[in-house]
Design a binder for this molecule. Structure first.
Ligand SMILES: Nc1ncnc2c1ncn2[C@@H]1O[C@H](COP(=O)(O)OP(=O)(O)OP(=O)(O)O)[C@@H](O)[C@H]1O
Length: 490
């Protein structure tokens, strides 16, 4: 019986040169309620595609007059909306990866498992189903379901603040690859926003209404990894009183985000590879394997090719996960994003704490731009959080902002004009506050002496207001005579 009655008029094109297989696929799809047409070679397929559009195209990789990737290429250059599923020979990982890179929605390996085949076609059809949904809206406008979905996808992209060329690239790439099944690997330093990128990929995919399961691989004790990933059955080990789904089962129909993938131990890497290749997992204590339909997005701050070459990361798993690669640049390479990032982060902080959005003065922004921020956007967020918590007015100050010298200055860092980065080679004081107080006192005393103890002129020289310099003189207990005409309690 068809599971997808509502989508029953979806049109599928099957391309395979083996008549038996063609018939098998055709019958399977007809029983699901789809309308099916078939072709035995590239040329025949092109004729059908030229005559009308389909929802899904399923093509064998090797065809008598060309390759399945030729069809993919056609669809791409003609900017057609058909989702393409490529069927590759068993064990031919390169072909599978190649077709995903070329824009295939998904692939299946031979011999095709019909249950899996139906699931994959159903997700591909669902992805394009709005065209077939009852058109309740005005011609040209989107049916409600798609509108909501694309809105949340757009919102997820908008959450990624930044207008620099590199961030625009990242966003374009997200929009481009979100809707395929291809695994994506996100690289970037800690705190650059990799998880936000992963979330935007999910929100813009056809799985947006499915589950989103984010896992920090480095946070799970090694002996629990298998149970956490693949689940466990009741009684599988002492104390397991009920069946527990693993990450794969929980993410079924959605996206599994594997953060810090580089920290996964080798033994677990092999198990993960198998699960990805076979699309099956076996819960601990289970007799049977179960099929899982998840899209994998992984992230790492490590140099995984280097880990591969030292044998710490499996090369085959690396290739499986890294079909599509997205690099999130560090903040120091997109300093121009600082103002809009601050604005977005402050708006978020204010919303979370139910307070009005504080203003960031030019001066405060200047102060921030002197920071190296090796912790990237997370560090910036923490600084802003602190400033908001400590500020008493609506305009933020960073009175005690210190140079970030916790990690070496990156070589390619170019400071913005007029702002000098702090040297990382200063000798570090043991008591920072008294060290800074002493420096401030020396500067004030020297300026006061040079201006004949005229506080107004000294303040002007140092870019302070009269009130500020008076406050500092008092705080640092500087013994300065009053300037002529100045009242002691002014
Ligand atoms: N472009 C951005 N716009 C707005 N907020 C951002 C942006 N990039 C990162 N953030 C915020 O910075 C914090 C860190 O981001 P995220 O957790 O995505 O980084 P990450 O690269 O995954 O870090 P890690 O490698 O340490 O897991 C989050 O609170 C996130 O919301």
């Amino acid at each position: 019986m068809a599971n997808h009655a509502v989508l029953s008029n979806a049109q599928v094109l099957v391309i395979d040169d083996e008549p038996d297989l063609r018939t098998l696929y055709e019958l399977t799809l007809l029983r699901e309620g789809y309308r099916v047409e078939t072709a035995g070679c590239v040329q025949e397929a092109r004729q059908l595609l030229a005559s009308h559009s389909f929802d899904v195209v399923i093509t064998d990789m090797r065809l008598p007059d060309g390759m399945g990737t030729d069809i993919l290429q056609d669809l791409k250059t003609q900017q057609r909306t058909e989702r393409c599923i490529v069927i590759t020979a068993y064990g031919s990982a390169e072909n599978a990866v190649e077709s995903l890179k070329a824009g295939a929605f998904d692939y299946q390996t031979k011999p095709v498992d019909l249950k899996q085949f139906r699931t994959v076609v159903a997700s591909a059809v669902q992805d394009v189903s709005p065209r077939h949904a009852p058109q309740k809206t005005a011609a040209g406008s989107r049916p409600p379901e798609t509108a909501t979905r694309s809105l949340s996808g757009a919102a997820a992209l908008a959450r990624l603040a930044g207008d620099s060329a590199s961030m625009r690239n990242v966003k374009e790439r997200i929009a481009k690859v979100a809707r395929s099944m291809a695994p994506v690997m996100i690289r970037g330093e800690s705190g650059t926003g990799k998880e936000l990128v992963a979330g935007a990929l999910h929100a813009n995919s056809h799985r947006a209404s499915g589950p989103w399961v984010a896992v920090n691989c480095s946070a799970i004790p090694e002996n629990l990894l298998e149970a956490e990933f693949f689940g466990s059955k009741k009684g599988a080990y002492t104390g397991s009183t009920q069946d527990r789904p693993g990450f794969f089962q929980s993410a079924s129909g959605g996206t599994l985000f594997l953060d810090e993938i580089g920290d996964l131990p080798l033994a677990m890497q092999s198990k993960l590879l198998r699960a990805i290749q076979e699309r099956c997992v076996r819960a601990i204590g289970a007799a049977q394997e179960e099929q899982v339909d998840v899209r994998i997005i992984s992230a790492t701050h490590k140099d995984l090719p280097a880990e591969v070459s030292t044998g710490k990361f499996r090369q085959d798993l690396y290739y499986r996960l890294n079909v599509i690669d997205i690099f999130v640049p560090p903040l120091r390479e997109r300093r121009e994003d600082l103002p809009v990032l601050c604005e977005a982060l402050l708006a978020r902080i204010a919303e979370e704490s139910g307070m009005p959005v504080p203003d960031l003065s030019e001066q405060a922004l200047q102060q921030l731009s002197t920071q190296l921020l090796p912790g990237n956007v997370r560090e910036l967020e923490n600084l802003l959080h602190r400033a908001v918590a400590l500020s008493d007015g609506e305009v933020l100050q960073f009175d005690d902002l210190q140079p970030s010298n916790t990690s070496p200055a990156p070589l390619e860092y170019t400071p913005p004009p007029t702002v000098r980065p702090f040297s990382t080679e200063i000798s570090l004081p043991t008591d920072l506050q008294s060290h800074l107080d002493q420096q401030e006192r020396d500067i004030l005393v020297q300026t006061l002496k040079e201006t004949g103890f005229n506080r107004t002129v000294a303040a002007q020289r140092l870019g302070l207001s009269l009130r500020q310099i008076r406050y500092r003189i008092a705080r640092l207990k500087i013994d300065a005579p009053l300037s002529p005409g100045e009242s002691p309690d002014a």
